[in-house]
Write a protein of this length. Sequence first.
Length: 402
Amino acid sequence: MTTAPSLASGQRSLGDPLVRYPLLPPLTRGCPRTSTGTVPYPVEVDYDYARVPADFLTARPAGPGLDRWAALLPPLAAPGLGEGGTPLLALGDGVHLKDETRNPTWSHKDRLNRCTVSAAVAVGAPGVVVASSGNHGASAAAYAARAGLRCVVLGAPDTPPAMASFLDAYGAVVLPVPPADRWPLTERIAAEFGLFPVSNLTPFHTGSSFGPEGYKTVAYEIAADLGVPAAVFVPTGYGELLFGIGKGFAELQSLGLTDRVPRLFSCEPAAGGPLAAAVREHLPVARVEPGATDAYGIGCTVSSYRGVLALRGSGGRPLLVDDRQLRAAQEELASQGFWVELSAAAGLAGLRALDERIEGPVVCVATSSGFKDRGVGLRPPAPVDPAWDAVRTRLLAAGLKD
């Protein structure tokens, strides 16, 4: 069975949905007509929804990964790696885990980069450039390699060793630079070398119009596996995943394939939380000076208007969790066999910290594998004397009973 053709029809502004643009080229700096000097409004991809088949949710998959949902995605011009189709597993008491660690590069970013690298292929770019010290860079490098494109990653000087090895494996050009220099260099490299930028270029996050579309597939899969839950708890940095999940559920409701949209809860580090600040101050975007947190993957300085729209459209709200709560959630997941990055435990941490009762099933999204954390592999266990008395003593000390 062949992949269904994309029904993407153009791009439209999130600042004013009446402002529209052709599908190509994909806009990477937000909407040029509605953005102001202080607020850049992102754009999204629009579709010919009247042509979506009635069996969109239930049809037999037309291909692996995101290809199943190709009708409501931008044209998938880049080959995939089998991204998506991740399991939804019960944790107990009506709580389900959407385990995004099962993606090809072990994070949710694979859904986004199948679409962003497709944008690069569609415009004939020789490669991509990305500012990232973590999951986004590794994923972009993998999809660029799969498409036969070059990839430049502007990372941090303190990139975890495991992540650096990951990037090297894909042949990416890795340039560790101070954080403040990443985005200006991204723009200049894109301009001078013709590389397609797959990360943000604006003061408040807009990013690629194609990227968040890949995250809609999380909503489609949840709906296909479970129906519509009462709530979804989402680890949140710039809010692209949050927005994509919200848009996916909103599309299904608009198409008459489901009857409602679940409440979305954004889960950010308490040391920062720009989306929570934007909602609290009734602003489209906000900037904060984050404090120290080990959840580096979602420790953002600025928010995006996408996050505000996602919470507003679902009747949800922002949640803040501290490192202690994140570690408790990470340990809870590990006790059930799930090893996730500290940032990835924010969804469950947000649920556990919630001060209201949710009636009905809930889904916590776990975004990435535990091997992405800093310090992984730097503290191997100490050698043990193989003599039985020494081994038995260690086992008894660990709580085993003979």
